[in-house]
Design a protein around this ligand. Structure first.
Ligand code: PFF
Length: 452
């Protein structure tokens, strides 16, 4: 059966929970802490917050307003406003199509770790080489990946209100509670204060252009910007839903969880390694390799580890739901298929493509794409290349094609626009310059300092 009527969230809170669910994810818990550690702790935090409330705010308002104005997902939204910009919708939609498979592979790893800790395997997970052995195995990671993506698909199949919104309404508050519990527990461990100082106190000598670029790239990823997601979610928002207040609340969620994740991870690793900063800079491995060792050294290690990975799993799930929902909505809009048929098609596609990333560290490790394993390549091409291009073109599309005024008017349909001035300046001038800087730096760094 075809779906005629466009789905919608039950109200603004449902929308905020779902959009915050999209924003809060592995980016906050897995990526933010290692970037914060690498780029000087407190100073990174400060730059990140400043960017989120100016640049991130403006881009998120634009995307949600575009979605709500057109009531369409990305491809159609851009082409309805101007035929020539259909390619931009396609490009934006390509990002979740690329991210969903590999994101779900990592989601599968998280599920595995959760079960390991739940079954008392803390000591085992803390062993050297445990993680690399696991991800290079031929079968086990694939099973976890398939289970994870099926769980995501079931929620998407249930629909926007009964699936996406309901899952987010339950999981997001739980996520905050669990984060506070773990952050408090790790913060009261002996010696943690030094680590907390390192994490929170800004050290201005560590400030550099790189800090800003890293914070900016992270902000895009973390707020799920430039991927058509906020356009799609905006299209499900009713006309009286206050856009400005919603964006503020989504950002508060996102910042809070990123901050707490840093608080859970950075000080405890700092203490564990005896204040050795280099240990914190192990990059992506921080969560799967370093953290289990840290947990294993604490009392109740299995409980702490299990609760931590449950919370990471929830965060990842609400994000992959948003990725899948976006892809499903594109298929529905384009091919006029039912939600069920579209969801199953996207599920099959995701399993097929995700297998490359999943097996890319094991049986397929002999294949490299531009010198990278599949997962790294998909992450690089979507986040470091396509995403900044989409963000840049979206700004130009708004300031030169649609005009800033219609977007401002759309926001004002449901509320006053308090930060209108900031918004106008950001979209017209500052955002494009910042985004070009990210794109250039990503491409330059590709050859020597590429990490996930
Ligand atoms: N924003 C999510 C995170 O921080 O983990 C991840 C994400 C979701 C990225 C959706 C991209 C996306 F399209």
């Amino acid at each position: 059966m075809e779906e005629k009527k466009r789905s919608s969230f039950s109200g603004r809170i449902g929308f905020v929970m779902a959009a915050a669910g999209s924003a809060v994810g592995l980016g906050n818990i897995w990526r933010f802490p290692y970037l914060a550690a690498k780029y000087g702790g407190g100073i990174f935090l400060l730059v990140y917050i400043l960017l989120a409330v100016t640049l991130g705010f403006s881009l998120m308002v634009s995307e949600i307003a575009l979605g709500r104005k057109t009531k369409l997902s990305a491809i159609e939204a851009f082409s309805t406003l101007n035929k020539k910009f259909k390619f931009l919708g396609i490009l934006a939609s390509a990002v979740p199509v690329i991210i969903l498979p590999y994101y779900s592979v990592i989601g599968g790893w998280v599920a595995k770790y959760m079960v390991v800790f739940m079954t008392g395997g803390s000591a085992q997970a803390a062993q050297d080489g445990y993680f690399s052995q696991f991800i290079s195995a031929p079968v086990e990671p694939a099973i976890w990946f398939v289970l994870y993506i099926i769980a995501t698909a079931v929620i998407v199949l249930l629909g926007v209100e009964k699936g996406v919104e309901k899952a987010s309404r339950i999981l997001m508050p739980l996520l905050v509670v669990l984060s506070v519990i773990i952050a408090v527990y790790t913060s009261v461990q002996p010696g943690a204060l030094e680590g907390i100082k390192y994490y929170i106190m800004p050290d201005f000598s560590k400030f550099s252009v790189k800090t800003v670029l890293a914070a900016m790239g992270q902000m895009f990823y973390s707020l799920s910007l430039a991927m058509g997601i906020m356009i799609t979610y905006g299209s499900y928002l009713k006309k009286d839903g206050d856009i400005e207040a919603s964006v503020k609340q989504i950002e508060i969620f996102d910042l809070l969880i990123a901050f707490l994740a840093g608080l859970m991870i950075v000080p405890s690793v700092f203490v564990f390694s005896g204040g050795d900063e280099s240990q914190l800079q192990t990059g992506p491995g921080l969560m799967f390799e370093m953290l289990p060792k840290v947990f294993d050294s604490m009392p109740f290690s299995n409980v702490v580890g299990a609760v931590f990975f449950v919370l990471v799993l929830f965060a990842a799930l609400t994000s992959s739901i948003s990725l899948m929902e976006t892809v499903v909505s594109i298929v529905q809009d384009k091919l006029h298929w039912s939600r069920k048929k579209s969801s199953i098609a996207v599920l099959i596609f995701t399993i097929a493509v995700g297998m490359l990333s999943c097996l890319g560290y094991g049986p397929l490790s002999f294949i490299s794409v531009f010198g990278m394993a599949f997962l790294d390549f998909f992450d690089f091409i979507s986040n470091s290349v396509i995403m900044p291009i989409v963000a840049l073109l979206t700004c130009l599309f708004i300031s030169k094609v649609v005009g800033v005024d219609p977007i401002v008017e759309e926001v004002k349909l449901s509320s006053a626009f308090k930060r209108e001035k900031v918004f106008r300046v950001m979209i017209r001038y500052i955002a494009p310059i910042c985004i070009i800087a990210i794109l250039v730096s990503n491409l330059l760094s590709y050859f020597n300092i590429f990490v996930i």
